[in-house]
Design a protein around this ligand. Sequence first.
Ligand code: TYM
Length: 388
Amino acid sequence: MNGLKSEMNVTPFEVTGVDDYNKLVTDFGCTPMTSAVLDRFEKLTGHNVPLGYRNFVISHRDFDKFLDSIENHEPVYLYTGRGPSSDRMHLGHLVPFRFCQFLQSALSVPVVIQLTDDEKFIFKEDLTLDRIGEMVIENIKDIIACGFDPTMTFIFTNTGFIGNMYPMVLKIEKLVNLRQILNTFGFSVDGTSIGKIAFPAMQAAPAFAETFATTLFKSSNINEIRKIRCLIPCAIDQDPYFRVCRDIASRLKHHKPAVIHTKFLPSLEGTQTKMSSSKPESCIFLGDSNKQIRKKINKAFSGGQELLDDHRKYGGDPNKDVAYSLLTFFSDTNTCAHASASFKNGTMSCGEMKSLAADTVTRSVSEFCNQRAALTDRTIERFTHNRK
Ligand code: TYM
């Protein structure tokens, strides 16, 4: 499915006009996330789901079946990834990566993290493999700084791990036809390189445990390995890849991978599109200084009135306010509730909302940067070495 019938357009390659997540979830055919399902997760694991994640997790596919596996003490793993297209990741990437880290710490399970250097080479006209290689190194550090457990996390690039993945990639390529890929990703025959057509099998492979049969998951019985259930935390733009996986899972003798979707941290330019490294002006990067972050948030799109007098009189719309959106991920329940109410009734000005968001985000990014600065080559090696 390429985008949606309305002006809302959500694909792995473009996100515009996102003004109704309920509609998006329905149009994609996903299951809306409910408090009851998250409460079940809490009961099973004894870990509360923090507010930021509750605000951002919007839907899933088979997360309830994944929880059944947890309840029955069956083996599971988590899979997520990043397409390295900028030297540093941005705030939006923290949403699925921190959520994935939270799931790992609550469940004590392996995580595999794919860096799609091949994808960025194929899809970005002006990027060379050497340049992407430099980005990979910096992105790996950003990912590790999210707090993953080195004993249970494997980070790999597609060009590096292809030898291990290729048998699974081939099995997928044999089952998926051209029409499926054209329809799912909205590609046209003309002007689409064969690299673009083939790439989805690369992102699909890690969703099947068999990909790691000779590395992470050791068992002489392949049928045991095939039963290991996968859960993929990602923002909802990545869902098309996993629809393809789910369509062919039974023919590969695997469970359908489960997916848990987050919404987007918005662009600084407005709440209807996502923060995206391909538009640097939309982003706060994880390497930005406190001063740069404050400056960017000050310039961000506001949901308040242009004139202060009007704002005091009519109030603003927090849902259209980028600074408020940042708070909903990085701040706590009371701060968000207070900010939302007082922005709506005009007692909190646009400047005050921005200043609150800037304080919160700079604090969080500073903590993140301290963790990143403490990483050694030895730590990075622990995450990236190929387990045999
Ligand atoms: P990439 O690098 O575009 O994004 C990495 C992850 O971050 C999510 N994301 C966002 N989440 C919230 N707010 C935003 N503004 C925002 N921008 C991006 C993405 O949905 C993704 O979860 N092809 C993938 C890499 C990949 C992958 C995967 C992602 C390979 N295997 C498995 C998820 C799961 C990509 O280019 O992601």
